[in-house]
Ligand binder design. Sequence first.
Ligand code: ATP
Length: 270
Amino acid sequence: MNVNAQPTAQAVVEGKTILSIKNLESYYGPIMAIRGASLDVREGQIVTVLGANGAGKTTLLKTISGVMDPEKGQIFYAGQNIAGANPDKVVRLGMVHVPEGREVFPLLTVEENLKMGAFTRSDADGVARDEEMVYGYFPILAERRKQAAGTLSGGQQQMLAIGRGLMAKPKIMLLDEPSLGLSPILVKEIFQIVRRLNKEQGVTIMLVEQNAKVALEVADYGYVMELGRIVMADTADRLLASKDVQEFYLGVVEETQRGQKRWKQKKTWR
Ligand code: ATP
């Protein structure tokens, strides 16, 4: 397989495109972190972006949500090019970014954190309904609603960060590494809820992950990023079955001649 190829027609999935990124380039001073990335997210899907540490996944999400300005390229969303737009405007257009490391307001209560997520809204009844909707998905947050967010466990803070994102009533949620630092059981629980939010609330999800297995199990479509470029694109099922992805990310073992298993050596894409 030519892993350096850009997404091909064969890999295209049905559905309307909600977000389309073309030839994006982003820098930290002289460091080029995104090197001409292009990708599409279809409405109603969970699309994952996989990649090793430092591949540029977080930078990609920051550039899409307006936290960082790109040097070049376009980000088409809601009928316009939002490249370089204010994060505030991006939220008002229905896109929320749940950053890596949760970043809840530690001194505010759970309830206050959720209300902060609704800062763009003026429909008090709708906000109150959505707060209850969040508690429905994350009952532990309802129990802790008067507790300071900084005293919650890591998993509870991740739930709160997702819940706060939901309070903006997003059409699309950019989710950065929700599995980071959590136990496998908690990761499973959070990913099941993410899938339910996608199906039941109709929120399109762009999910950045290093944990390829769990991400591909919930996703419809996936991209692999390396050194600021998209090096692979396919349906999640095909990526999960792909030998390259298995060897690189899933630690799949192969049989030796004597029938013993050994770990395959990690390979790079080029
Ligand atoms: P991780 O999962 O470890 O966060 P990532 O795929 O999200 O990795 P990024 O955090 O987007 O990767 O980093 C992409 C590149 O940009 C890396 O080479 C990184 O060292 C660099 N980088 C990230 N943040 C900064 C920064 N604030 N200043 C300078 N360089 C940065």
